[in-house]
Design a protein around this ligand. Structure first.
Ligand code: ZN
Length: 398
């Protein structure tokens, strides 16, 4: 039997063995001192966004709900996919999630809950930014190879929720409720010896439902290889240029030249997909060309994590907090026009957006009541649509 891989399985996460050990010690002390029932409210806030991002996408809530279902706590949160603006450093932090119950019951999950929010929110935000840079053109997430395979599903779901149109792993696609997307690896052309042999074999063997998109930069000039691919595969949907940077020269010009050659040979419907180390900036540099879509890897998968923290703000109904944090149970508000965030100490209070002069909306919702789910699960496609809708609003503001 093979030895265990270096990943915590679901039971190990649920049993708390990936928690930071000081939480377990705290639980033991509280139990020994008869303080297991001490009830607190803890809030999850972000202090500031990395890379000077002006806004971010809140992602990962569904996994937190699945982790905490059955634990006797009340959980409130803004909807997954909520776009929130970076906070001005002097203002009160806005809680995107709130948990209340006996600290001894949920404190041990702090490490896991934060990890389930911080990294997915970073990846979803990077995806949303790439989707904006692509000006509505297709974006496929191909970055799983840059991260540990144990989190492939988490990454793919976060990419999809953040606005990517498709993800590359079957496991991730299942989580998203979509089909995995992929073209052809260079390995197929190399092992078969030529583009033509590889393209024809793909077309012969692979399910006809899979769109035919051939990779054309393996051996020769992309222009000739593109036309040859059209001749080898009857129902060719696209060609992918993964052109190495050493051969790229002016990538935009290369894409337009391939487009011209495809058109002049009568292949107007064959789309051009670009990939290979692309990020927001390099996508912006080529987006106004004949390119129809992008495969994006490292720049999304390796997104900086958001710095959510969990802090106790109330104990036995009384406000309390550590230095540097604002005490008291707070309710999250957001401006419907510009997505500026605000807080109130009661859910019926009025909060005004200073930028727009309109009333903000209270956006937090009850999710778990005593460990029981009270908010129906939302499909990743629905969350993704809400993100794309919010991005359109942001674009109008810009
Ligand atoms: Zn506003």
């Amino acid at each position: 039997m093979s030895e265990k891989l270096f990943i915590a399985d679901e039971n190990e996460i649920r049993s708390g063995s990936v928690m930071d050990v000081y939480f377990d010690r705290t639980r033991k002390i509280l139990e020994a001192k008869g303080l297991s029932d001490t009830r607190v409210v803890a809030e999850f806030t972000s202090g500031g966004l990395p890379n000077k991002w002006p806004w971010a996408v809140f992602c990962g809530l569904e996994e937190v709900i699945r982790l905490m279902e059955g634990v006797p706590v009340d959980l409130y949160a803004v909807p997954e996919g909520t776009i929130f603006r970076a906070r001005d450093s002097a203002s009160v932090r806005v809680p995107l999630m709130n948990i209340s119950g006996a600290y001894a019951e949920f404190g041990v999950y702090e490490t896991a809950m934060l990890g389930m929010l911080c990294q997915p929110s970073g990846v979803a935000t990077a995806s949303a930014r790439v989707k904006c840079a692509a000006k509505g053109k297709t974006v496929f997430a191909f970055g799983n190879r840059r991260m540990h395979p144990g989190i492939a599903g988490v990454l793919d779901r976060s990419c999809y929720v953040g606005g990517c149109d498709g993800v590359s792993s079957t496991f991730g696609a299942d989580l998203c409720g979509t089909e995995a997307v992929g073209t052809v690896p260079h390995a197929l052309m190399l092992t078969m010896g030529s583009n033509e042999a590889a393209f024809k074999a793909f077309d012969e063997i692979i399910d006809p439902k899979v769109p035919r998109i051939m990779l054309i930069d393996t051996f020769e000039d992309e222009r000739a290889a593109a036309v040859a691919a059209c001749k080898s595969v009857k129902d060719l949907k696209g060609v992918r240029l993964d052109t190495p940077s050493s051969r790229r020269g002016n990538f935009k010009e290369l894409i337009n030249e391939v487009r011209w050659e495809l058109d002049i040979n009568g292949y107007k419907d064959v789309k051009i997909i670009a990939s290979g180390g692309l990020n927001e900036d390099s996508i912006k540099a080529v987006v106004d060309s004949a390119v129809a879509g992008f495969g994006v890897g490292t720049s999304i998968a390796n997104a900086p994590t958001l710095d959510f923290s969990m802090d106790i703000v109330e104990k036995e109904g009384k406000p309390i907090s550590k230095r540097g944090k604002f005490s008291g149970r707070k309710y999250a508000y957001r401006c419907p026009c510009c997505f500026e965030m605000g807080v109130a100490l009661s859910p019926t209070e009025k909060v005004r957006c200073e930028r727009c002069g309109v009333d903000m909306e209270m956006i937090e919702k009850p999710i778990l009541k005593n460990g029981k789910r009270v908010a129906p699960p939302r499909a990743p496609s629905e969350i993704r649509e809400s993100v794309l809708e919010q991005l359109r609003t942001l674009k109008e503001l810009a």
